[in-house]
Every structure is written in C-alpha cells, then in structure tokens.
Design a protein around this ligand. Sequence first.
Ligand code: UDP
Length: 375
Amino acid sequence: MANYDYLVVGAGLFGATFAYEAAKRGKRVKVIEKDNRISGHIYTEEKDGIQVHKFGAHIFHTSNKKVWQFVQQFAEFNRYTNSPIANYKGELYNLPFNMNTFNKMWGVVTPEQAKAKIDQQRQVLGDKRPQNLEEQAISLIGTDVYQKLIKGYTEKQWGRKATDLPAFIIRRLPVRYIYDNNYFNDPYQGIPIGGYTQIVEQLLKSPLIDIELNTDFFANKDHYLADYPRIIFTGMIDQYFDYQLGELEYRGLRFEEEELPVGNYQGNAVVNYTDAETPYTRIIEHKHFDFGKGDKNKTIITREYPQTWHRGDEPYYPVNDKRNNSLFKRYRELAAQQSKVVFGGRLGQYKYYNMDQVIDAAEKLVAREFGKTGE
Ligand code: UDP
C-alpha cells in the first residue's frame, strides 16, 4: 500500500472537496466509492446535448462569496434563476410565495392587501408559537396557500403528516411581499455549463489522489481502519456504527426519466405537483436549466417519486425531526471518540445540506485539519 495520508470514503461533493484541498497541501489521498461513478447525487450526464440531473434538480445558490469563488474555478456558471411553478389540480401558481402567488390566489394587488389576507388567515393559530411544519406554514402564509401549495406536496415528500414535521423545513422557502419569483434569496446562483460531474472530476484530478470505484468500505472496514492514519467518512453515520444505537430515518426517491418527441414539454425547468393525489412531487425538464441547449425536437423530463426508505436503499434526505436529531446527537458522541475518523456531508452529519453548505462544511474541516494558514 502506498503511503496515503487520508482515506476518503465517498466521492461526493464533501469527500471530493476535502480530497482536493488535502492534495493541494501535498497530502496523498485514497478515495473509495461504493458506486461505479463519482459525484454522488450531484451527478449529471449528457444526453442529446442536455445535461441530465440524474438525481434530481441541483441548482447552485449561495450567500457565501468564498464558496461561490471556489466553484467558479471548476466550471462556468450560467445565470439560471430558479422559479418553479406549482400545479395544484391544474391551477398554476408562482413559487416561492410572493405577490404573484398571492395575486393569483386571492386577486390582491398590493402588499398591504396580501398581508391583511394572511393576517386574517393566521388567526386560526391564536397566540400559539408554531410547533411544527403545518403551524409554521400557516403562520407565514395563511391557510389557503398552505392547503393548496404546501400540505399535499409536503406530506408526499416526507411520507408523514405536516404536523409531525419540523418547522425549519418550510423556512427554506422565502415569503416575499414583492413580485419576484426567484426561489432563493442568495446573491449568487447558477448552473454549471457542462454539468456538475466535471466539477467533481476536477476536484479529484490531482496525481496525489487515487480513486477506487465499486469499493465498499464496510466489506473491509477493519483493514481500512488499521491501514490509514486518518479517514474522512461521508456515508451514513449510523451504518458506520453498525446501527448500535438504532436506525436513523431517511427519505428515499425514485426517478422516472423520459425522453419525449417535443421541443418543450412544460415551459419551465421545475413544475411542482402540490396536490396529494399525484404520486410524484415534481417534474423537471432538464433543457430549461441551460437556455438554448439540446435538440429542438426532443426533451428529457424526470418525475420525482418520494419513497419509503429501507436499510439498503439509497438515502436522499435525512428526516431531521426530534427523534432522529437526538439519536444523531448520540451517534455524534460516539463519533467524537473516534480518533482517526471524521464524519462529513449530508449522511455523515445527518443534515439537510445544500451544495454550498457541503462545500463550506468541507472547508471548515480543512481548516481544522491543516490550520487556517493552509498547513
Ligand atoms: N414545499 C412545499 N411546496 C412546494 C415546494 C416545497 O410545500 O411546492 C415544502 C416541502 O415541505 C419541501 C420543503 O418546502 O420539503 C423544502 O422545499 P425545497 O424545494 O427546498 O426542497 P428540495 O429541493 O431540497 O427537495
């Protein structure tokens, strides 16, 4: 075995960012990946001249200038602005919740009228401080928007009642009293021209980094622990500890991709189906992430079906409710006792991270490992 300084388990964005920074500092890194490809869930693949987001829509957005500058090194980003449409039983609304949504919902025209309507509807809560997603949503945008645009989507997405979900999930979405359909408040936003896979390829291209695909850490855990001085583990933290404290819950997904003989299927990159009956949450039409690309007579769409997750399925979302968060805290205590192993990423840190937060978390680990000056 070569003298590696690090073993990185998982070639997703967290592992790749760490490996890149370590190699930049002259460290030798082995990356192992259970799948037959790098990039984890940000993986994109070209088809008919279109970058297909194989694991759902990934729109890069951040308020962190350093992170934005970091990713610019590996791709040119277009000026895509996410403005999804919600389809509720054939009625279309703009997202996020803004004056366009309120105008369509109630015919209100001014911010004052919209506020009055929402204030009136949130009275159902009385003086109660919002305790769960449903109450948080009603307190932010009232009962009508909640019933038509949130309840059905949320309960499909998470497979449980909105009253059993944490409030923070709905606070991911802005509420705006201006006519602005931009889904994000971040000053920086875009999609990498040429896709995401190239970013991870470049992060891992150093001659100091060796990658081994189709390699399961758990098949040889003891050897890895014995052979490597330091391990960055980006898989599921509960699996690492052999589920000894119990299982953390995840939400699964199934993607149904279809090529259609039309140039433009839905007129927008993202359309959410917010009723309870439609079995998928959203349809993405990949060509609209990158203006003017691809065949004029063809398009590729992907329907996203949330799935109950069982051990062994691909985990997509941590379910950060009270039970899981307190279980995770106990796993984190075990993790703190591991002198060789550090846990990172959505699965290792059991956090509903966006891409920029993953990079930021990896950079924080880099600072801890190598010090602020870089060594
Ligand atoms: N959400 C909703 N209606 C929508 C879009 C989102 O109720 O049309 C809620 C839902 O609970 C979802 C959460 O907002 O889980 C966060 O949405 P986001 O788009 O950030 O989810 P992601 O893209 O990470 O799946």
